[in-house]
Design a protein around this ligand. Structure first.
Ligand code: 13P
Length: 262
């Protein structure tokens, strides 16, 4: 039996919006969804602001009892100690972060994060009760050389090395060539890789957990193209970059059900 997966619409703000801007944005996003009578039981909406915004976002969401979720964009593999500049999963948990992004292609590229380090970060997130959003994705060269799913599947295997069966995780498939390029994958391309990722999840964490795992697509997602992705059986949401900074766009993406027409 296929588990019913609650879709997840996630906004990765990257290095944008300071803590004051984050408060204004979250307030307006909540109002916009309230105005639209958004049903949070039908889809989760999560934002991933910079670390310095998290306390403000947490305070606002808690005080106003908003149903929005939030998380960090990275975490340390270590729990505490002499790691200047790093953020512990314990700190994210203490701030009520539900999720943490791990292995975004920008961190793989600019910070040279390896699959081994990412596996340690996934383990750290799970240890602290924060759900890892593990990002995988191929470059244009990978696509040409190895085909569509080889690299994402290999990254998934490496990132989940040591994770136990039944683990609660989210996977984000983000083709590097589609990020910030305005050239999204087609829904069929996203589905092909998402299906391969889910088949691999069955091996790694077992049938039941694989069925329950949300697989997101990311890379130039907009209100105009979200429906195509959400119609795919193995795509359970989106990790949105640029469009998550535009209130009307992100609110509209969150309301994908109106575009999908179900
Ligand atoms: P864009 O939506 O700007 O292409 O970014 C995608 C992304 O990297 C989300 O993590």
């Amino acid at each position: 039996m296929v588990a019913k997966r609650v879709p997840l619409i996630a906004g990765n703000w990257k290095m944008n919006l300071d803590h004051l801007q984050s408060i204004a944005f979250v307030q307006k996003l909540a109002w916009s969804l309230k105005d639209a009578r958004f049903d949070y039981a039908g889809a989760e909406v999560a934002i991933f602001p910079p670390f310095t915004d998290l306390r403000s976002v947490q305070t606002l969401i808690s005080a106003d009892k908003l149903e929005l979720k939030f998380g960090g964009q990275d975490l340390s593999a270590h729990d505490s100690g002499a790691y200047t500049g790093e953020i512990s999963g314990a700190f994210l948990k203490a701030l009520d972060c539900s999720y943490v992004i791990i292995g975004h292609s920008e961190r793989r590229q600019y910070h040279h994060e390896t699959d081994e380090e990412l596996a340690a970060k996934v383990a750290a997130a799970i240890r602290h009760g924060v759900v890892p959003v593990l990002c995988v994705g191929e470059t244009a060269e990978d696509l040409e050389q190895h085909g569509p799913s080889a690299v994402p599947v290999a990254q998934l295997r490496a990132g989940l090395a040591g994770v136990e069966a039944g683990a609660d995780i989210v996977v984000a498939y983000e083709p590097v060539w589609a990020i910030g390029s305005g050239q999204a994958a087609t829904p069929e391309q996203a589905e092909q890789v998402a299906a391969a990722l889910r088949a691999t999840l069955v091996e790694l964490i077992g049938h039941e957990a694989a069925d329950a795992t949300r697989i997101l697509y990311g890379g130039s997602v907009k209100a105009a193209n979200i429906a195509g992705f959400m119609r795919q059986p193995n795509v359970d949401g989106a990790l949105v970059g640029g469009a998550s900074l535009d209130l009307a766009e992100f609110s509209s993406i969150a309301q994908f059900q109106k575009h999908v027409g179900t």
